[in-house]
Design a protein around this ligand. Structure first.
Ligand code: GUN
Length: 317
């Protein structure tokens, strides 16, 4: 008779991103309260939505609600799909100058007639809580302090919570987007991982992925990663959010990873929903607080400089 093999039965730890994000939002909330005590105002987040994309509307509502719950002042700007690029840029110029606003988020995708890159570049880099501005992208790449994109930052926090120090681990990222794949690679490099970037056109994708202690998948293809892509015991982070139609008007959200199959092989795995998604919003709140703290300390430094130069100018010759 075949002996019972615990290994065959084992299944991965499911990483509870929802609970972790809730804890993070509470931590941000108490730091926001200290910020209000110190500066007499809350951090402010402006969220701009152009058009009526259903998924974007849900994301924006969630971002605004959770900001308010953490004590962050939120300013919503919902613009019609026919908004011109010049009108949007005019709004961004006003938000850049608005003292109450520490963070500006323009929800993507924008309608086709608007140049996304130009809009992102128009946002003041110190208010770019998405971390998409070329200055923040460059600062992350060179290892300087930067506002970092929220989704990869959320993935990093989950990985560090699960694995502790990531030094020397082999990380494979599937997907090379500016929003997730590329900044994820920079963050994992900074955390001393050995990083491979793969994508939908990589040769021998399963072989590449099977090298990974950490596998991060962000391609937008439901169920693309199966058990043959995963080394036993690996930690798998599924960034994909795909809507699967079930017929009769029913649908459900699924990731890029075949959860049931991979959970039999991996050591730990994020579910969809309830994995990376909630971390993105929690990290947005964290970035907004960070941007507000940085702006206040820059303001303080500028006023100290002002006082000291006035003092020098006033001294007798
Ligand atoms: N659309 C999908 N993800 C994001 C994000 O992280 N930020 C913005 N601004 N838009 C998005």
């Amino acid at each position: 008779m075949k002996e019972f093999n615990a290994q065959e039965q084992s299944s991965a730890t499911v990483i509870d991103g929802k609970a972790f994000a809730q804890k993070l939002r509470h931590e941000v909330g108490s730091q926001v309260a200290s910020f209000v005590g110190a500066h007499g105002r809350p951090p402010g987040l402006a969220v701009v939505l152009v058009g009526e994309d259903a998924a974007s509307q849900v994301y924006v509502r969630t971002k605004m609600r959770q900001a308010e719950e953490a004590g962050i002042a939120s300013f919503a700007h919902r613009l019609p799909a026919v908004t011109t690029e010049a009108e949007l840029l005019e709004l961004i110029v006003a938000l850049n100058a608005d003292e109450r606003v520490d963070g500006i988020l323009v929800q993507l995708p924008l309608p086709d007639h608007i140049d996304e890159g130009g809009v992102i570049e128009a946002i003041a880099a110190d208010k770019d809580v998405d971390g998409f501005h070329p200055r923040n992208v460059g600062r992350l790449a060179t290892g300087e302090s930067a506002l970092v994109p929220c989704t990869p930052l959320g993935c990093l926090l989950l990985l560090q919570d699960r694995l502790g120090d990531l030094t020397g681990l082999k990380a494979v990222i599937v997907g090379r987007s500016n929003i997730v794949g590329k900044p994820m690679a920079q963050l994992l490099l900074k955390a001393h991982c050995t990083v491979t970037m793969a994508h939908s056109r990589s040769r021998n994708l399963a072989d590449e992925c099977r090298q990974a202690d950490i596998l991060v998948v962000a391609v937008g293809r439901p169920g693309m990663i199966g058990s043959d892509h995963v080394k036993p015991g690996a930690t798998v982070i599924d960034v994909g959010i795909n809507r699967e139609e079930l017929g009769e008007g029913q649908s459900r959200l699924v990731g890029d990873v075949d959860f049931a199959a991979v959970a039999k092989v991996a050591g730990a795995i994020t579910p969809v929903p309830g994995g990376v998604g909630p971390m993105t919003v929690a990290c947005l709140l964290r970035n907004t607080l960070y941007a507000a703290q940085r702006r206040e300390s820059a303001r303080q430094k500028a006023s100290e400089l002002d006082v000291s130069t006035k003092g020098v100018a006033g001294e007798p010759g």
